[in-house]
Ligand binder design. Structure first.
Ligand SMILES: [Zn+2]
Length: 275
């Protein structure tokens, strides 16, 4: 019996060829589909637990780096809505910058953790524009979907739900794990981000497809990385020693990014705007 055809959950390509028993690579949009997954329920914490202080320190540092990338476009933004806010590190960093910070997550223990912190409004459940508190709604808003859509059967459906909630001038930040970064290239299916929660890994071309399909204007896009030590001098020296030419090129073009953001590039991001 021939196995059933696989449809791409992003671009709808009807017959995505299998690479092997673990994955299928969409020839149209460049999405890598995980064939090893099983349905998950995140409500009681599956996926992510309340982090210990040392883990949280790193997550906060990661969130600060994200806002540093976003900084050029944040003038005038008053509300921050983090969809799939996890342990709340982006909300915490955002709370000193924006008047209103609202997080949505289906993971109840994490919502409790954020509420206890008292810096942001945490809504338990899936994103619902009607659940944004009145004082935060209707203000110039930055929405975020950071490490969220790779968990979904239909990533575009949530993106479209968010774009419907956006007003002209509002921004959307999307970040996802990539199969084109150094870690997946080196470790393959042993990479920690190849796991049953991640139904797919993106590529820069899959992200470009998503940007076009969203109907929003692309302000920025690129790759980044955050793992312990990825921005250290030691990592920088290793990158220089292993790929000196690419290092020089990265040095000329990296802008606000670190060498690791460009040369390791395990995550991809988009900064989108509603016109
Ligand atoms: Zn596709």
């Amino acid at each position: 019996m021939t196995p059933a055809a696989i449809e791409c959950p992003l671009c709808g390509c009807p017959d995505v060829p299998r690479r092997d028993v673990h994955s299928a690579l969409c020839p149209t949009c460049g999405l890598l589909l995980n064939l090893d997954t099983t349905p998950l329920d995140y409500a009681e914490g599956g996926g992510q637990a309340v982090p210990d202080p040392s883990k949280m320190r790193w997550r906060l540092e990661n969130a600060r780096r994200r806002f540093a990338l976003l900084d050029p476009w944040l003038g005038g933004i008053e509300s921050f809505v983090d969809i799939g806010c996890g342990s709340g590190e982006m909300l915490e960093v955002a709370s000193s910058r924006f008047a209103h910070c609202v997080g949505f997550d289906t993971n109840r223990p994490l919502i409790g953790h954020i509420r206890a912190g008292g810096r942001a409004t945490a809504v338990s459940g899936r994103f619902d524009a009607a659940a944004i508190p009145a004082e935060a709604a209707g203000k110039p808003t930055l929405f975020a979907l950071s490490h969220v859509i790779e968990h979904l059967d239909r990533p575009l459906a949530l993106v479209r739900q968010v774009t419907d909630a956006m007003a002209p001038g509002d921004l959307l930040y999307i970040e996802v794990p990539l199969h084109t970064g150094a870690s997946f290239r080196q470790l393959g299916y042993r990479w920690s981000l190849w796991n049953r929660e991640h139904l797919m890994l993106f590529s820069p071309s899959a992200l470009a497809y998503l940007a076009t399909a969203s109907g929003l204007q692309t302000l920025g896009s690129g790759t980044r990385i955050f793992a312990r030590g990825s921005h250290s001098t030691k990592t920088r020296l290793k990158l220089l020693a292993s790929r000196p030419l690419a290092f020089l090129q990265a040095g000329l073009n990296k802008g606000r990014h670190s060498f690791a953001d460009v040369m390791i590039g395990d995550y991809g991001y988009l900064v989108l705007k509603k016109s």
